[in-house]
Design a protein around this ligand. Structure first.
Ligand code: GDD
Length: 409
């Protein structure tokens, strides 16, 4: 029996996703037409003997209630949201719910960050993990040396794949091999977390003997039950023959900004070619819009046959796309109205927004910079013939004149 746990975090972590995260928690923002967290969840379908999926976070329970019940029915695997009253860190959060998780009596536990985009090679990781015989196996990937310091950098034994050294977001370069935020563990992980708590307590007690002030500052920085998987568990266990690595040669990205969510939406759409081709739209002659590349269109959306859509476009429920409209590299959320001959490129258009005739909403396409794409929050109205470039527009604004490289509050 195997269970999967997906760490979804909480509202304080989602600030970079404003204004989209005003409406829904970051893990529920649609990428490729499905909530972000749906992608790791649906990858779990390939795990043999999967009995339960838990989402652990500190968002309000009601925010996940609808999604969790819908996806449980669809997958026919129970999916349950477990709410922390406050953040406990990635290892602390997992440990908090050990009784629920161990109720299933699992032989293995998958642990996935919800904000990563990859092919989630979970069955392959399971096989490799069984071969290594350790307590845990991390999915790892080689990235460019310049970008590695945004992640956990690690060194693995080229022969045995054992994790030899691990440093979280180091200031000086360690390695271009990084932690993908996808793990498989045996239940012994709970003992390792418990040990780490005990050691921390012992250290704090020692400090109490030597200096009361030191203890105070130590407890101020980290609450006693706050524990991070990377720094507090992986780092100290590296080189101890309990952790191993599985290197993916597929794609992998981290989704920390709206720009990256647009890029990852495209990667997930491309992945649908292999996993869910029925979700991709196709041109059907003169009765349907012209479709270029990978495109998702919700069945309730209405797209005019003279519109030209793609590549990398996802259109959510009840959106209307008018005659002659041109859409490329964009995410169009529910109930958006795009009028005739409007153009939307490298942008995210929030719920219930409208874009007037012959207007243009466009981003420059540098997905890592703040204004690299244009984002319209909920219920933004762009008047006819108005141009919006590289800008972030907060909810409920009406744009009547050209806007470029601005944040409209
Ligand atoms: N439930 C819960 N509670 N989830 C949490 C908490 C918490 O207190 N803190 C973080 N998370 C979730 C986040 O939502 C995310 O899915 C995951 O745990 C990891 O978040 P962080 O601990 O903030 O780390 P990070 O995303 O900056 O980096 C981690 O992931 C990278 C891969 O994406 C590290 O493990 C890096 O080494 C790794 O490269």
């Amino acid at each position: 029996r195997i269970v999967a746990v997906i760490m979804v975090g909480g509202p304080t972590k989602g600030t970079r996703f404003r204004p989209l995260s005003f409406n829904v928690p970051k893990p529920l923002i649609p990428l490729a037409g499905q909530p972000m967290v749906h992608h790791p969840i649906s990858a779990c379908r390939r795990i043999p003997n999967l009995t339960q999926i838990y989402l652990i976070g500190f968002y309000e329970e009601r925010e996940f209630a609808l999604y969790v019940s819908a996806i449980s029915n669809e997958l026919r695997v129970p999916v349950r949201y477990l709410r922390e009253d406050r953040p406990h860190g990635s290892a602390g959060g997992l440990y908090n719910f050990r009784d629920y998780i161990m109720d299933e009596n699992p032989s293995h536990i998958f642990l996935l960050n919800c904000d990563v985009c990859c092919s989630f090679p979970l069955p392959e990781m399971l096989d490799a993990h069984k071969g290594y015989g350790g307590m845990g196996t991390l999915l790892v990937i080689k990235v460019s040396a310049e970008s590695a310091n945004q992640f956990g950098e690690l060194v693995a034994d080229p022969q045995t794949n054992e994790l030899l050294h691990y440093t979280e977001k180091p200031e000086t370069f360690v390695s271009d091999l990084i932690n993908c935020g996808v793990y498989i563990f045996t239940p012994d992980i709970f003992r390792a977390i418990q040990d780490s708590f005990t050691q921390r307590k012992d250290r704090a007690n020692l400090r109490r003997v030597s200096s009361f002030e030191a203890l105070q500052s130590a407890t101020k920085v980290l609450p006693a039950d706050y524990l991070r998987l990377d720094q507090d568990i992986l780092s100290p266990l590296a080189g101890k023959k309990v952790l191993y690595t599985y290197e993916t040669r597929d794609f992998w990205e981290q989704i920390k900004t709206p720009g990256m969510s647009l890029k990852c939406s495209g990667l997930f759409l491309a992945q649908f070619r292999h996993t869910s081709p029925h979700l991709l739209a196709e041109s059907k002659g003169s009765r349907s819009a012209t479709i270029i590349g990978d495109v998702y269109i919700h069945p309730s959306a209405k797209v005019h046959p003279t519109a030209k859509i793609g590549p990398n476009v996802s259109i959510s429920a009840n959106a209307r796309i008018g005659a002659g409209a041109r859409l490329a590299s964009c995410i169009i959320l529910d109930d958006v109205d795009i009028k005739e001959h409007a153009m939307v490129i490298r942008s995210i258009v929030g719920w219930r927004s409208s874009i007037g005739k012959w207007s243009r909403v466009q981003g420059g396409g540098d997905y890592n910079t703040k204004l690299g794409i244009t984002i319209l929050g909920e219920s933004v109205a762009v008047d006819d013939e108005v141009v919006v470039i590289d800008s972030i527009i907060l909810p409920n604004k009406t744009l009547t004149v050209r806007v470029q490289e601005e944040i409209i509050l």
